[in-house]
Design a protein around this ligand. Structure first.
Ligand code: FEO
Ligand code: CA
Ligand code: CA
Ligand code: CA
Length: 634
């Protein structure tokens, strides 16, 4: 079975009537550029690749020697660096939890006290220069390693509970050791597991709405759990944001009479679920509890310093397949959160808080994500242009056609069905928006568009053009924008493409990649993304690791570092067999970086990372530092 629902899942088509409406609005040459092989030809003739980025010049920001691509079952770093495992799936976190056991026979209670599976987005919350608390997502779990039967048998009630305990969020304390390395503290008072069964509060405009009431929660305010937590965000008031992505894959039913309605279809909800939770836990039976999925797909705010605190689902930020939450405070004090919806042809969003940040009242800041305005992006460009302008379109009930007449009864419905609201207002379909990162020292923002096999394919309504310039995009790109006037709350922005990933040795035209891609630094499917304090842009990949054909020479998934000024990109690290590199956070002094190795050996690929020998492969957080104790990347 596949544990990557988003890889195999077909995008839910826009209804033709929706598309026609947009065309009638005159958006066919803007949000929906005409896409075809002919348009691609025009584009290539009119726009040299160099237009995508400024000329590449040698970087003064990057101080390490690039490493080659790798197919080894190891985590490789540049000369002068050390990489060590910090924690792996199954390591005990809570008092009394048992050590990891290879057999897969440990029960749900054991897993509930251990580090979860599939490490993903994470943030470091400092206690001092040398101590801190890491909050980290456990996105999903690999049944081929979680159970002795590899998920090939029907799950028992306790096996479903164990799977539910292997996902969510892990919180634990870490410290720097005398030798400069880092370790986690098993019995720290900060340590916590948040799972698919942890009680949380539904807050904001959707709380208490009829569409989120269930038999177990008549008030529509108390939700159990979070799962498929992809990437993350960190607020300046000290909270962690975990982002619910492919929640749909955990719901299913055996009820033959079930048929998904149009809202469920748009969110990929269906009867089939590889995870089987519905077979032992009725909450996940979509026929019996059709409103339960409406309570997932949100941004959840967690206080990592208080293990007794109740996580808050922040509904003002919209419901979709959230990748990460890139938080910045604009000069005017409003909190701006940029948000990607990772599915082929879905959209890029922005939240602007109603109230302003007060650095002298952190308690008051705790409510800033409760109220505000959600927007979705429309990218405009001339035909064949690799840069252009854009507009943030407001998703407020009563505006931009978000009316009862068009199927939106109130603001709660606009937020619960944010994808449909985005289509209504004419948002641009994107090549799977993954992580977004805001530059620390200037006003630019970057977003990885990881890949999109449906781009330009007939019947998919995802035309080629603008920031999505390639049909059947197998390599991905990074779009960058500058808010108009340097104001993150402004309605307009200017954009370009910072990099178009590609393969210069086997590709043709745009599939060779932009000017800053060469045979020595090539990669596919950029996904994780983050700036360090000096403005280096770190790129993590979740791509094809076959190292053959279109992907020849790229090797295993990897971590790269870019200089946004010069365009130069260097490979910094490579991961083991069949892993994804995802999750990135720095120690406060930037003399250590924490990086996630997710699902090494997925689908029984021959990995034994990190322990080697004949051991089970385990998702692991690596900590990377310099032998001379210097700043990472410098
Ligand atoms: Fe969980 Fe879009 O990656
Ligand atoms: Ca991702
Ligand atoms: Ca991905
Ligand atoms: Ca992943």
């Amino acid at each position: 079975m596949s544990h990557k629902p988003y890889d195999d899942e077909d995008h839910i088509e826009l209804e033709h009537s929706d598309f026609d409406k947009l065309v009638q609005k005159g958006l066919s040459r803007r949000g929906f550029l005409q896409g075809s092989a002919a348009a691609m030809g025009l584009f290539l003739a009119a726009s040299p690749l160099a237009k995508a980025v400024a000329a590449v010049t040698e970087s003064k920001l990057l101080g390490f020697t690039q490493i080659p691509a790798s197919t080894a079952d190891t985590f490789e770093v540049p000369e002068g660096y050390i990489a060590e495992p910090l924690i792996s799936w199954g390591d005990p976190i809570l008092k009394g939890a048992p050590a990891f056991d290879e057999s897969g026979l440990q029960d749900s209670a054991a897993q509930a006290g251990q580090f979860g599976d599939n490490t993903d987005g994470m943030s470091f919350f400092p206690l001092s220069e040398d101590r801190g608390v890491i909050a980290v997502n456990n996105e999903y779990t690999n049944y081929e390693y979680l159970f002795p039967h590899q998920g090939k048998e029907a799950l028992s009630a306790d096996e479903v509970k164990k799977a539910q305990a292997a996902v969510g969020v892990s919180v634990f304390e870490v410290q720097r050791n005398a030798n400069g390395g880092w370790s986690y503290l098993k019995d720290s008072k900060y340590n916590r597991r948040i799972t698919a069964n942890t009680e949380m509060e539904l807050t904001g405009p959707v709380a208490g709405h009829a569409l989120v009431k269930t038999s177990a929660d008549a008030a529509g305010k108390k939700v159990l759990g979070t799962f498929n937590n992809c990437a993350n965000g960190q607020t300046p008031w000290g909270t962690y944001l975990t982002c619910e992505e492919n929640f749909n894959g955990f719901f299913g039913t055996a009820d033959a009479a079930f048929s998904a309605d149009k809202h469920q279809k748009r969110y990929g909800l269906k009867d089939k679920s590889d995870y089987q939770w519905f077979t032992q836990d009725e909450r996940f039976d979509i026929a019996k509890n059709p409103n339960e999925p409406n309570r997932h797909g949100w941004i959840v705010e967690i206080d990592p310093m208080d293990p007794t605190s109740t996580p808050q689902k922040r509904t003002a930020l919209g419901r979709f397949k959230h990748e990460n939450a890139a938080v910045t405070v604009d000069d005017n004090g409003h909190v701006v959160v940029y948000l990607g919806d990772d599915e082929r042809g879905e959209h890029l969003y922005r939240f602007v808080s109603k109230n302003t940040y007060n650095p002298n009242d952190q308690a008051a800041n705790r409510n800033l994500l409760e109220e505000g305005t959600l927007y979705v992006a429309r990218f405009d460009a001339g035909e064949g242009e690799l840069k252009g302008q854009g507009q943030w379109l407001e998703l407020t009930h009563g505006k931009n056609g978000l009316t009862q007449e068009n199927g939106f009864a109130d603001q709660a419905e606009v937020l619960i069905f944010a994808r449909e609201a985005a289509t209504q207002v004419g948002a641009t379909t994107m090549d799977r928006p993954e992580w977004i990162a805001v530059h620390p020292n200037n006003k630019s923002v970057c977003c990885t568009l990881t890949n999109n096999k449906y781009r330009g394919v007939e019947g998919k309504n995802q035309p080629v053009g603008g920031p999505n310039p390639r049909a059947k995009n197998n390599y991905g790109q990074i779009v960058r924008w500058w808010p108009r006037g340097g104001d993150h709350t402004a309605a307009g922005f200017d954009w370009d493409l910072f990099v178009i990933a590609g393969n210069p040795t086997v590709g043709e035209g745009l599939y060779k990649g932009s000017a800053n891609i060469n045979a020595d630094n090539m990669f596919n499917s950029p996904d994780g993304l983050g700036f360090d304090n000096d403005g280096r842009l770190w790129i993590l990949t979740d791509g094809k690791y076959s190292n053959e054909g279109e992907f020849a020479g790229m090797g295993n998934n990897q971590m790269l570092c870019a200089d946004p000024e010069t365009g130069e990109i260097r490979r910094f690290a490579t991961g083991p067999i069949a892993c994804e590199i995802t999750g990135l956070t720095f120690a406060p002094d930037h003399r250590a970086v924490f990086v996630g190795v997710q699902h090494p050996g997925e689908e029984l690929a021959p990995s034994h990372f990190p322990a080697g020998g004949s051991s089970k492969p385990r998702s692991t957080i690596m900590v990377v530092r310099r032998k001379d104790g210097g700043i990472i990347g410098a």
